[in-house]
Design a protein around this ligand. Sequence first.
Ligand code: GRF
Length: 206
Amino acid sequence: MKKNIAVFASGTGSNFININNEIKKNKINAKICLLISNNSNSGAVKFCINNKIDFFIYNDKKFPNDINNQKLIDKIIPYEIDLVLLAGYMKRISKNFIDLFDKKIMNIHPSLLPLYGGKGFYGMNVHNAVFSNKETQTGATIHFVDYNYDTGPILMQKKINIKKDKSPAQIAKKVLKIEHEIYPKAVNFFCENKILWEDNKPIIKE
Ligand code: GRF
């Protein structure tokens, strides 16, 4: 059975677009039913407009005081979503929303969590810190979402060697490349029902 996916993205949306492409190539048995974005000028929203994918702009300006994300929940429920993907989403998600999609919300983070995760570690901040600490390796992490930033159970990580990289920008480029490799894989494992849970840890059964 095809899984229904909702993606949350605030920016360029390259992970979202990449996953959508993999679905179109029949590499993943799923459908992206809805994009949620706080940013109506984002690349992710533009892609939806051009590709006739439903989207919903959800931000404080449009919905002031919606602290429990009720308006978001009301919007998403009719889509019968099986999996929620955070792909560069810059806003906090409420406990209510997370509880509604227990073990069904994944995030991608551009570091080897728990390193360089948590408040303030997003976008180039991550790669700048990795570079200035002279790390020899970094990578990307896919994890399920819990109530805090970047602390949920890890599903998958990929490491890369950055000894020869001369700038945070170079590192960022390399990391994004592996993000595009591992996020579709993780989504595919979910869609093929290959993720099992033992003691609150996700295990991939291939
Ligand atoms: C990625 O680096 C991802 O790890 C982080 O936000 C960025 C989103 O990039 N959570 P894009 O919008 O998918 O290009």
